[in-house]
Design a protein around this ligand. Structure first.
Ligand SMILES: [Zn+2]
Length: 409
């Protein structure tokens, strides 16, 4: 039996940063091109839409999960839950069950978690990832993803299910490769992020996990090489992590101002940034004063936000962003109450923020930042530069063609 021609295999490993790659052996004999890849401001909720679309947040519309929008908040139902004792509602298990119930109630297909958001504040906020970003119409801004391009071009491809375990995703990929009909495959691996958060970047568990990835990917590549003449392998990440050295109890300091949440101001405390909306000038003045005196971070200027591609004209994700320094964790935050060993979501240019790309081919041009991964994936899928230029020019489709659901933002 003759072998199928070419397979482009993209493996995404969440939080496998450039600094971490530098300290480990990882498929060194196979993946000889290894480069740092600039990340973007935000968390995986920003990075992944950027990878999949080649756009920055202002165009794809995804930044953090929660944003102030009491008119369109789907969480009115949570008002009733504010009477439940905090001893119950703070439990992770209870919050996971609540997340699942709300998700099912509204039919959300995206990654949905209420994290540590206080139930009494939830009705003031909307959520950005209601739809599965890997499916048609999943991107808020209506821009196409690499998977929309593949679908539109009729290129047979395999993509992992992000809801499944790494083992399940490896099994599904193996089955697709044995069958040999796909030309493009995207493997999604997300467990290392949690290991880094829990144990820090220097933990032996991180080294073990990298060895595990190496072993499994070696097997997958060997299998692919049996079925395909040319196997083009790209392993890449979305960001690194920095070890946490200091905690910042920003919430306590803002709470001590005795301003009324939802009346004077609103805020979301992510793990490394706090985002504010001001409902009167006095609240703005007082909060800015506290933030300017805080030694853990700084207020991002409009120019900085524009450089990050986070200059939303409607200030949807916040009128003011306070970003902490690498190694600082806002704790407690609306994301969690427990200190973590490592975090991401800092200054994207910091060395620990950098993502990486490792490959057995040398792409031309070399991607510089996450948003360049889209063009690389398109060129691998299409394999012809004229077609790539055409797709870049036209887009692979419009929101109205692909999007059967109302856009949440
Ligand atoms: Zn993470």
């Amino acid at each position: 039996m003759s072998r199928a021609k070419t397979l482009s295999l993209f493996t995404f490993i969440d939080a496998f940063g450039w600094e971490i790659l530098q300290r480990h052996a990882f498929l060194d004999d196979l993946l000889t091109t290894r480069i740092p890849l600039g990340t973007v401001f935000g968390y995986s909720s920003t990075c992944i839409p950027t990878i999949l679309t080649g756009k920055l947040p202002r165009e794809h519309g995804h930044l953090s999960f929660f944003y102030y929008d009491p008119q369109r908040s789907p969480f009115g139902i949570c008002r009733l839950l504010r009477f439940l004792p905090r001893s119950l509602t703070r439990r992770g298990r209870v919050r996971r069950i609540m997340s699942r119930l709300i998700q099912r109630y509204y039919g959300y297909t995206g990654y949905f978690q209420i994290y540590n958001m206080p139930f009494e504040y939830l009705p003031l906020f909307d959520y950005s990832e209601k739809r599965d970003i890997y499916q048609p119409g999943g991107i808020n801004g209506g821009v196409p993803t690499i998977f929309d391009v593949l679908r539109q071009q009729g290129i047979p491809f395999h993509v992992s299910d992000w809801r499944r375990s790494e083992e399940d995703n490896l099994k599904a990929l193996t089955a697709a490769l044995e069958e040999g009909s796909v030309r493009f495959a995207y493997l999604y691996m997300a467990s290392m992020d949690a290991i880094l958060h829990a144990h820090g970047t220097r933990s032996p568990l991180v080294s073990q996990k990298i060895a595990w990835y190496e072993e499994h990917l070696r097997r997958v590549i060997a299998l692919a090489q049996k079925t395909y003449e040319d196997v083009r392998v790209y392993v890449f990440s979305d960001h690194g992590q920095a070890d946490v050295e200091r905690l910042c109890d920003l919430m306590k300091r803002i709470d001590s101002l005795k301003l009324r949440f939802g009346v004077d101001y609103a805020a979301v405390y992510d793990s490394t940034m706090a985002r504010f909306w001001f409902l009167n000038d006095s609240a703005r003045h007082q909060i800015v004063e506290v933030l300017e005196a805080d030694p853990h971070g700084h207020i991002l200027s409009e120019q900085q936000l524009a450089a990050y591609g986070c200059d939303f004209p409607d200030h949807r994700y916040g009128e003011l962003f306070f970003l902490v320094d690498p190694g600082v964790l806002i704790c407690p935050s609306f994301m969690g109450e427990t200190p973590l060993a490592a975090m991401h979501g800092y200054d994207p240019d910091h060395k620990d923020s950098l993502a990486m790309l490792a490959s057995n081919v040398t792409p031309d041009p070399l991607p510089q930042r996450l948003d360049d991964m889209y063009a690389l994936m398109v060129s691998e899928a299409i394999g012809h530069s004229d077609d790539v230029a055409l797709i870049r020019q036209q887009g692979a489709g419009t929101a109205s063609e692909m999007d059967p659901l109302p856009c949440p933002t």
